[in-house]
Write a protein that binds this ligand. Structure first.
Ligand code: SF4
Length: 361
């Protein structure tokens, strides 16, 4: 029997992936770390792990079914532990009055987070400025979703997801729009409609706003937590991997984070930091320390190379590297008295795609 702690196991699985034989290997594409599936461990913590990328077939980890939804996790031939996969949500079985299946409107992420990309278009898609790791346009092309989710439909889906699947929080993201007011209105209207009927805590993800007063508008619309994702602190890396973000400049991010913390509170604002784009450990550790000093949670995620994206042949960072980074950043979080536990909604509360919370001191 292989002995390994759950935080370290999570890191290994997120970096190496897992071989599974079931037909359902999780969502193939979309915004964020797609092409994976969610595993729930005995302590009820969860991990979203790659199941479809090229490196997965070399992973020493595999799953052996024992009964419906339960598996033995194996490292080569050794048993490691038992894990569960969340069952197919019951709300997926419904359709709107106009015939749209609910699963095309929103998905269950992790155990209890209702997630959707409200606007599935991004102005940077099919341009040179696109983020190389993103798959937002692929799920639209495959018919897995619809281009724009109406607030009324989102409210309907959210109500059913609470009723049938006990969802506890919501993540709303969007592609970039030409004008920031458009993106704010789309997310604000969606949040407002969901909040009205469910009162669930809501997380939104958007670009750093230039008009900082728009954060107040979003708060009043029912938004509880905000993700403003820089992805990398290394400007040279960002210019290649996410040119649209590099063009905005670090100063704009800093101003947006600061104002967002004033409006939403410490720990309710976060930023994805991707490890594995070509940056140094130092850039992640120092950048995360700066975020933590502002009250912004550094949501460090190993790169997920998604099939059909420009980075599909990349590999996630090695587990040892991730553990070192998590341990260093955990010290900053402690120094600045910041924890994932204060966050009410979204990726930081879900913590399926990162092991940062598991390494907090
Ligand atoms: S951490 Fe965020 S992107 Fe990952 S499964 Fe949870 S809600 Fe989805």
């Amino acid at each position: 029997m292989k002995k390994i702690s759950i935080p370290e196991l999570k890191v290994e699985l997120q970096s190496l992936g897992i071989r599974i034989k079931t037909a359902d290997k999780g969502r193939k594409s979309g915004a964020g770390p797609a092409a994976g599936t969610v595993l729930i461990f005995d302590d009820d913590s969860q991990a979203n792990v790659p199941t479809q990328s090229w490196f997965v077939e070399d992973s020493p980890y595999s799953l052996e079914p024992i009964k419906e939804g339960a598996f033995i996790l194996k490292y080569r031939d050794e048993e490691v532990t038992t894990v569960r996969m969340p069952p197919t949500p019951r709300f997926y079985g419904f359709k709107t009055a106009s015939g749209i299946p609910y699963w095309k409107i929103a998905l269950l992420h992790g155990k209890d987070c209702l997630s959707t990309t409200v606007l599935q278009h991004c102005v940077h898609w099919d341009t040179r400025d696109v983020c190389k790791f993103c798959a937002i346009g692929l799920s639209l092309e495959s018919g897995a979703t619809i281009p724009r989710k109406k607030p009324r439909d989102l409210a309907e889906v959210a109500m059913r997801a609470v009723e049938f699947d006990d969802v506890q929080h919501v993540t709303l993201t969007t592609g970039s729009t030409r004008r920031e007011e458009t993106c704010v209105r789309i997310l604000g209207d969606a949040a407002n409609a969901i909040k009205d009927v469910t009162n669930l805590p809501i997380h939104i993800q958007l670009e750093p706003l230039k008009d900082l007063d728009l954060f107040d508008f979003l708060k009043n619309a029912g938004v509880d937590t905000v993700g403003i994702h820089i992805e990398s602190f290394d400007q040279d890396v960002l210019k290649v991997m996410a040119p649209c973000k590099a063009k905005l400049g670090f100063d704009r991010y800093r101003k947006a984070w600061e104002r967002a913390v004033e409006v939403f509170g410490r720990g309710e604002v976060s930023s994805f930091i991707l490890a594995g784009l070509g940056e140094s450990d130092r850039s992640i550790i120092e950048g995360s320390d700066e975020l933590a000093s502002m009250g912004v949670y550094p949501f460090i995620v190993p790169l997920r190379p998604i099939p059909q994206t420009p980075l599909e042949r990349f590999a996630p960072p090695a587990p040892d590297r991730m553990i070192k980074i998590y341990r260093e950043v955990a010290k900053s979080l402690k120094d600045h008295d910041l924890s994932w536990k204060v966050c009410h909604a979204g990726c930081v509360r879900c913590m399926a795609c990162s092991a940062m919370g598991d390494f907090e001191l």
